[in-house]
Design a binder for this molecule. Structure first.
Ligand SMILES: CC(=O)N[C@H]1[C@@H](OP(=O)(O)OP(=O)(O)OC[C@H]2O[C@@H](n3ccc(=O)[nH]c3=O)[C@H](O)[C@@H]2O)O[C@H](CO)[C@@H](O)[C@@H]1O
Length: 364
């Protein structure tokens, strides 16, 4: 089988695509992949690291206001469609899958015009603009939240969950601990601001670091690649930060997730799929800078079930974050209750479900 996958911009769209690729590889030895992304999204680096052949197109997003940039976006879209068609005529895929982000628009649209079977995967409860556009043309729409169903043609929709949920299961926690030099006999908090890092979370963590000394747990703090140098300059000014492990990005997240006890993060849908598949408790700080505030809806779905605590960005500060971390990590009963609630929300067999749907359209 030959498969083209496209999804990009941020990790939340890329890692599900790679998780699906891994699931296909697990089930079939005779399969070839091509990933189509952009040169400037995170996919270029992440997909190449995963050893998947990568080709790129140029694309940009629509501005909400009337603007001449939108004309350029339309021109880029059609250029992207014709380049994608060229790639497809060379590669001859049996199926094309889009996992979100602007780049999927021209790629998946081109496939539908060439009558290649297509599927899109929507991670969020509130769909993105690209997937809403593509839904009219594709054969199947895979969703992760029941709430997303109403935005798509009902006969095409199937609830699969996020394949990244399956990928993070059964990982070696010891390997995760070793990769970061973590102690085995201490609880661990992992703090990160989605795949690109988050300025507001970084500011709160910097306020919190001096208050963390002598706590009976260890902290791994991921700044996001683009914020790392700036954060480290601030860290140098602190009296002591040796009790916090600071990284720009984590490339072996499945292993690391297996070795931690509590997550502090944004409320991106792919992270939440991972967290609930593993039954991890979390403190969620939804990004207010996303379409229709969809991260807050994601976070609410989890916190209403008592699997997470939510802090809105405007209320966030170091002291409040520390209070919440202590409240969960220093109370074993609360930790166990939140973990159980989190596990109840997970869809651990999502990769199998999505793979089944893919076979169905590919074999038509
Ligand atoms: C600003 C923005 O548009 N955010 C969107 C984006 O978020 P974002 O890309 O931040 O997505 P998520 O939080 O859902 O997923 C992040 C992914 O990156 C991985 N990771 C993260 C940090 C790290 O150091 N290493 C690492 O591997 C996580 O394990 C996860 O697999 O896509 C999500 C899924 O469609 C949406 O819900 C978010 O609203």
């Amino acid at each position: 089988m030959k498969v083209i996958v496209s999804g990009g911009g941020t990790g939340g769209h890329i890692y599900p695509a790679l998780a699906l690729i891994n699931e296909i590889k697990k089930n079939s030895s005779d399969v070839e992949f091509l990933y189509i992304g952009t040169e400037n999204g995170l996919e270029k680096d992440i997909v190449k690291r995963a050893g998947i052949p990568f080709k790129s197109i140029e694309i940009s997003g629509f501005k909400r206001k009337l603007s001449t940039d939108n004309l350029k976006t339309i021109a880029r879209f059609f250029k992207g469609v014709s380049l994608s068609k060229k790639y497809m005529k060379e590669f001859k895929p049996d199926v094309v899958i889009g996992t979100g982000g602007y780049v999927c628009g021209p790629v998946v649209y081109a496939a539908t015009k060439l009558n290649i079977p297509t599927m899109i995967h929507e991670q969020n409860s509130l769909p993105g603009i690209t997937n809403k556009f593509l839904a009219k043309y594709v054969d199947k729409v895979a969703i992760c939240f029941e709430e997303a169903r109403k935005y798509f043609p009902s006969q095409k929709v199937v609830l699969t969950g996020n394949p990244r949920a399956s990928e993070v299961l059964g990982q070696d926690a010891e390997k995760g601990r070793q990769s970061l030099g973590l102690k085995a006999n201490q609880k661990t908090v992992l703090i990160f601001g989605g795949s690109r890092g988050a300025k507001a979370i970084n500011e709160a963590v910097l306020q919190m670091i001096p208050l963390l000394k002598n706590k009976p747990y260890q902290i791994v703090y991921v700044t996001g690649e683009v914020h790392y140098d700036k954060v480290m300059k601030e860290v140098e000014l602190l009296e002591d930060s040796s009790h916090v492990m600071i990284k720009p990005f984590i490339h072996n997240m499945p292993e690391v997730l297996a070795s931690v006890d509590l997550i502090v993060s944004r409320a991106g849908a792919t992270s939440l799929a991972e967290i609930t598949a593993l039954g991890l408790p979390s403190i969620l700080i939804p990004s207010p800078y996303v379409t229709a505030n969809h991260q807050e809806k994601n976070a609410q779905a989890i916190s209403e079930n008592h699997a997470a605590m939510m802090i809105r960005e405007q209320e966030l500060n170091g002291e409040l974050l520390l209070t919440h971390i202590d409240e969960i990590l220093l109370d074993d009963k609360k930790l166990a209750e939140m973990s159980k609630a989190s596990a109840e929300l997970g869809i651990p067999d999502a990769a199998t479900r999505l793979y089944r749907e893919l076979l169905e359209i590919a074999n038509k």
